[in-house]
Structures are given as structure tokens and as C-alpha cells.
Design a protein around this ligand. Sequence first.
Ligand code: NAD
Length: 484
Amino acid sequence: MDGQAAAQVETVAVSGADPAGRIATLLAAQKAAWRADVNPDRATRDDRLARLDRMLVAWQDRFATAISEDFGNRPAIVTALTDVVPVRAAIRHARKHLKAWMRKRRVSLSWTGQPASAFILRQPLGVVGIVAPWNYPLNLMLSPLVGALAAGNRALLKPSELTPAFSGVLQQAVKEFFSEDEVAVVTGGPDVAAAFTAAPFDHLIFTGSTAVGRKVAEAAAKNLTPVTLELGGKSPAIVDRSAELGEAVPRLVWGKLLNSGQTCVAPDYALVPRERIEAFLVAAQAEVERQYPALSDNPDYTSIISAHHFDRLTRLVGEARDGGAQVTQLAGAHDPARRIFAPVAVTGAPADCALMREEIFGPILPIVPYDTLDEALSYINAHDRPLALYWFGKDKEAEQAVLNGTIAGGVTVNDTILHLAQDNLPFGGVGASGYGAYHGEAGFVALSKEKPVLRQSRFSGVKFLYPPYGRMARVMLKLLSKLG
Ligand code: NAD
């Protein structure tokens, strides 16, 4: 989804006047607090994580209500499953492993370094800025925060202007559980976001569109602030000839329609063997009707975030249809008043239409036919590197060919979305879908400085290399050139 599009939506600015000044004040306070405790001990970090968990428990109903208000309708169970539960799991995981993650790592030295010793210290970076999108507003704000707090940092949070109700509730909740110099929330639109990402943080984690990600990388470069960019893109799902449609289609439909397709790792389009397309469409129609027997008044089906986004989806389908594509309604009918976009499959869309070029971010499934696996892989590799890739099938050789022959942020084989939900798997994009990764230890490391330390011993051969360079230095140089 393009960042400019979101920026055109009318937003409610909940920040006060002079957002840049307010951000600078908060950042200065957090930096000062960091200087007073550069490397918080485990108990301090654990206490912050425990408070974050207590905050989630105490405020989860208010979070769910606010998020539903922002969407128009977003089932509380979806918010629990995709926002609250994964963050609480990440907190549990971090607390369990914190001691091991913080431990200093001994490193062996080559003979030239003997008898010195060496180790790596993992230290906090300082103050981390976190910018989140609207689609999983709690998860994408607080999961990075878990890594930031575990690694001993302080953090400023900037939620999306498209979730004003949630942003307000988050601000109150954070105030109740954290001091402003530990964690604070800054709200506002793209202007506030731009000021935020231009501030001299010690690290920025940005989750959002590729278009805005580019601006963030540029702004951060001015301060040499390192950035983790969690972006989007068109994630393919390949249905292999060896796949059982009865197994693959329900899993693909679930991943596509979760949050009505407003998911960064949703399968964007499906590559299906040409001769199986009819059977695939029949199975998809049956499965959508099974998962969502009614649409307009179905409390399980999430609304599209704004009228602007709804209209964009309508345009994507209309343009493809005008270009000769066949549109198959998978269930129900659109209800623009409630921003219910009925799921559709699109076959035969022209390659140059927006549907086939842009990330869809909605319940529209283009189907791309293929004859050989090589053809499917060439299609994927001719496009930007995706955030996620899915493969369905039983043929192990084909599976290997797909895993070896493509580059993607992450993969789930024979299902969708799930690789994202495991704290032992680093999560992040590649190429246009972003750089850097977080979750679990990867998040801890991304937000730490791994500081190498060498401790010299009392006895050191380095003195033989001191000037003036005589015979001994030349002998040492010979030795080093041969064995060093
Ligand atoms: P967006 O890029 O429009 O907005 C994201 C955030 O950027 C918002 O908080 C917004 O205020 C801020 N922003 C806007 N203009 C800015 C600027 N000039 N400088 C700095 N920040 C600015 O994205 P969105 O529409 O909220 O979210 C959808 C996109 O996010 C999709 O592309 C989706 O794939 C991606 N996404 C990625 C992940 C991931 O983990 N990789 C997760 C969810 C969503």
C-alpha cells in the first residue's frame, strides 16, 4: 500500500503544538535518564517487561474496543490473537532468556593474540524510536518495544494516525505503567512522523510501506541513526502440482482473509498450475463461505480501515476487469457503508495493472497461472523481493527448488503467516521488503551494541614489534606473514 495514499486520508492530530519540540524534549529526557544508568541490570529490564505485560492485561479490553472503533469493526478475538497474545508471548520469551542473552560471550583468539583474552559485551544502544502502521497497531508497536526494553533501552513510540482511538488509549496506558523517560507515546500525522524520524535516536524501527520506508532511511541517514525497516510488498503463495487443494486452500484463504487481507505477510497472489485453476477457484469459494458464512453482518469479518482504502481496492479490481481480467466473487457482496469488502479472486489480470504491481492489502486474490515450476520461480524473481513466501505441496524436490531458488523475508511451507509468530525465528524483509530483523534474540541483538573487548595480559609478544624496527621485528613479520 502506498504511503502517499495513507497520507491523503484525513487524520486527527492528537499531538499538541510544536511536535518537533515535544519530541526533542522527550528524547532529551530519555537520553539523560539513559546516561544515569547506561547499562541497566537484569532486574531493571525484567521489571520493565513485567510492567509491559501487566499493562497489556489491564488494558486489553480497552485496546480491543479502540482498535475496533478505528477499523469500523475489528473482532476482539482477532485483536487478542494477533496483537495481544503474540506480544505477551514475546515478553514471556524475553524474560525467560534475558539472562542468557545478556551474558558476556567469551571469544577465542588466534595465536597472535595469545595470551590475551577477549569477549563480547552486549550493551543497550540508548533510546530507540518505534514507528508503527495501523494494521496490527498494538503488535507492531509493542513487539519491537519488547526487544528494546530487554536490551536495556528506553523508547519513544509513534503509532499511526489511522488508529487515533488506539493511539490515545496506548498513550494513557503507557503513562500509567512507565515514566516518560522510560517509554512515551507521541501521536500525530505524517508531519509528526517525519519530525520523529528526523530526530537523533540511537536506533529506529520503522514498520510501514516501502515508499515511506525510503523517506525514513533518508531522514535517519542524516543522523547516522541505524534503522530496521519492516516494509511490505507482494508476497506470493505457490500451489504446487503435488499440493492437496483440500489442505492448501483453507490455509491460504485463512491467511488471505485474516484482518480482511490487511496483513503485511498475507499471501498477496497465488501461483497455481494452469490446469488446476478451476478446481482452486471452486475450493476457494467453498472455503470462504465456510469461514465467513455471512459477510455484511458477520462480526468475524474485519472492515477496511478507511473509505479511502476501500475505494482504492474497488479501483484495483475495476482497472483489472477493464483490462480483461475475470473477477470471481468468493462470497457475499460489498457493503461500502460498513467498509465490508467482499473477497474476490482475479484471473487474467494484465501484468501492468496496479493490482499486479502494488501490494494489495485487502481481500483480493489474483491468480497467476504457471506451467512449469521454473516459470513460477522466474515470475517471483523478476519482481521485488517479497516479505513472505508460501509454498504448498508434498514434492520435496520442488520444495527444495523453491527454497533455494527464491529470496524472501521469511517462508512458511504448507501454511501461511505462521513463521511470523515464532520468537526463535528472526522476522524481517529483504530488498524492497526491508532490512534488519527482530523478534526474540534477533530483536535483542538488533537493539544492542555488541562491543568487542580484548584484555591484554601481563606478558605480551607485541613488544617485539615496537620501533625501532630491528632484526626481531623482521623475524616476527616473517612469522606473521606465514602463520598470522
Ligand atoms: P505507512 O508507511 O503509510 O505508515 C506507517 C507509519 O509511517 C505511520 O505511523 C505514519 O504516521 C508514518 N509516516 C507517514 N509519513 C511519514 C514520513 N514522511 N516519515 C516518517 N514516517 C511517516 O504504512 P501503513 O499504511 O500504515 O501500513 C501499511 C504498510 O505497512 C504496508 O505496506 C504493509 O505491508 C506494511 N507493513 C509491514 C509490516 C512488517 O512487519 N514488515 C507489518 C505491517 C505492515
